[in-house]
Design a protein around this ligand. Structure first.
Ligand code: PEP
Ligand code: CO
Length: 419
């Protein structure tokens, strides 16, 4: 990571606060070291690119792409201990805290925290980033050739024909618009077509973050060079906690997750602690209420922060408040609840007069069966077919693309088309 990229993202977040850009943040709940492979990374970039294309087309504004990648290796857990039945015996071991801390396999050696994993995490993050940079430099994301981003299973029969047609229509019309502007000699076209990617992860493991925090020449302050946009999770955002203390000392833009129990005054206090100068582009508030809690919990928080005159970028994470466990004990999320939280969150911002400037998803470019619902037709019975996530369930490729269309419609005309 370089400080100038971090500052560039800060500028973009400032633009998104003003409603001039939109932030699309997404990726795995937990990246694993084993998944640091070309195909996996490429597929994740492809789905983020495809979604961003749908949003650019619908919103008529540039989209800032931020992956949960190249360092999303540390996971907060509700319980420090996990108990399972092994050979008829109850066995309790430390929970899996992500590949930066320990291993997912359920045995004592795997679950023992291993500091060397931080070095391996660093190496894998660097390899991931290096691969992304060379893909982008090589023209992989060239807007003139959106067909490069088609996933191998794009023609799969499970993508409903009307979705495929809608996406093809969007990508064709954008490619034509780019050609048209170039034909006019429009100077700004370069800025519109250059595709950039930024990285983000939950800055949970402060050993990892602090050891890569540096001063850089010609710039004031300290930069967390592990990522462009670190965020603080819902479980570690205590005002007097170590994570807020660390994050208030860095020059990166920072995110904070806010759940349904957030007291509005606490949200305002967090904005004061993390951005005392009330600077543009510095702070991202990522609300993750749960569809059923949005109406009761969100308006108070948004009003309090707005009335206090605090500058923030409002981002909706419709994933983390909508978890459920099936009768068989499988963790999943329903597509309809995810879409519902987005719909309700948009409505709250419209009512208050604030700007919803971004979204935060857990998704993958693979054809997994982890979330249920959506046109892809994944049901509870399908969940075991291709459930890969070691942590939270992710939207698969079709569900992600479908959600991009729903979101685009919601932001453009309040969801009149998809309602
Ligand atoms: C996450 O983003 O994976 C996560 C654990 O989120 P939250 O802190 O909102 O629960
Ligand atoms: Co998660």
């Amino acid at each position: 990571m370089t400080s100038w990229e971090i500052e560039r993202l800060r500028g973009f977040i400032g633009d998104a606060q003003d409603g001039k850009r939109f932030v699309l943040q997404g990726g795995d709940c937990a990246e694993t070291l084993a998944d640091c492979r070309a195909e996996q990374i490429t597929n994740k970039l492809k789905i983020l690119l495809q979604m961003s294309l749908v949003l650019v087309h619908g919103l008529r504004k540039p989209v800032v792409r931020v992956g949960r990648l190249a360092g999303q290796y540390a996971k907060p857990r509700s319980s420090a201990v996990e108990t399972r039945r092994v050979d008829g015996q109850e066995v309790s071991l430390p929970s899996y805290f992500g590949d930066l801390v320990n291993r997912a396999e359920f045995d004592a050696a795997s679950r023992r925290p291993d500091p060397h994993l931080m070095v391996r995490g660093y190496q894998h993050a660097a390899m991931t980033l290096n691969f992304i940079r060379s893909l982008l430099d090589g023209g992989f994301a060239d807007v003139h050739h959106p067909e490069y981003w088609d996933l191998s299973f794009f023609a799969d029969a499970s993508l409903p024909p009307e979705r495929r047609a809608a996406y093809e229509q969007v990508s064709r019309s954008l490619a034509e618009a780019v050609e048209f502007m170039e034909a006019l000699g429009e100077a700004r076209v370069d800025e519109l077509t250059r595709v950039e990617f930024f990285t983000s992860h939950e800055a949970l493991n402060l050993h990892y973050e602090t050891s890569q925090t540096r001063r850089v020449p010609h710039r004031a302050g300290w930069f967390d060079l592990t990522t462009h946009l670190p965020w603080i999770g819902e479980r570690t955002r205590a005002l007097d906690g170590a994570h807020v203390e660390y994050m208030r000392g860095i020059a990166n833009p920072v995110g904070v997750k806010l759940g349904p129990k957030t007291d509005p005054a606490e949200a305002v206090a967090l904005t004061e602690a993390l951005n005392p100068g009330n600077e543009r582009g510095k702070l991202v508030l990522i609300t993750r209420m749960g569809a059923g809690n949005v109406d009761a919990a969100l308006p108070g928080i948004v009003r309090a922060v707005t009335d206090a005159g605090r500058r923030v970028l409002w981002v909706s994470d419709p994933m983390h408040g909508n978890g459920m466990v099936t009768a068989e004990g499988v963790k999943t999320r329903h597509f309809d609840s995810i879409a519902d939280e987005l719909r309700k969150t948009c409505a709250v911002h419209r009512d208050v007069g604030s700007v919803l400037g971004g979204v935060h998803f857990e998704l993958t470019g693979e054809d997994v069966t982890e979330c249920i619902g959506g046109a892809s037709g994944v049901t509870e019975q399908h969940l075991t077919r291709n459930y890969v996530s070691p942590c939270d369930p992710r939207l698969n490729y079709q569900q992600s693309l479908e959600l991009a269309f729903i979101l685009s419609d919601l932001l453009r005309n309040g969801g009149a088309t998809s309602a």
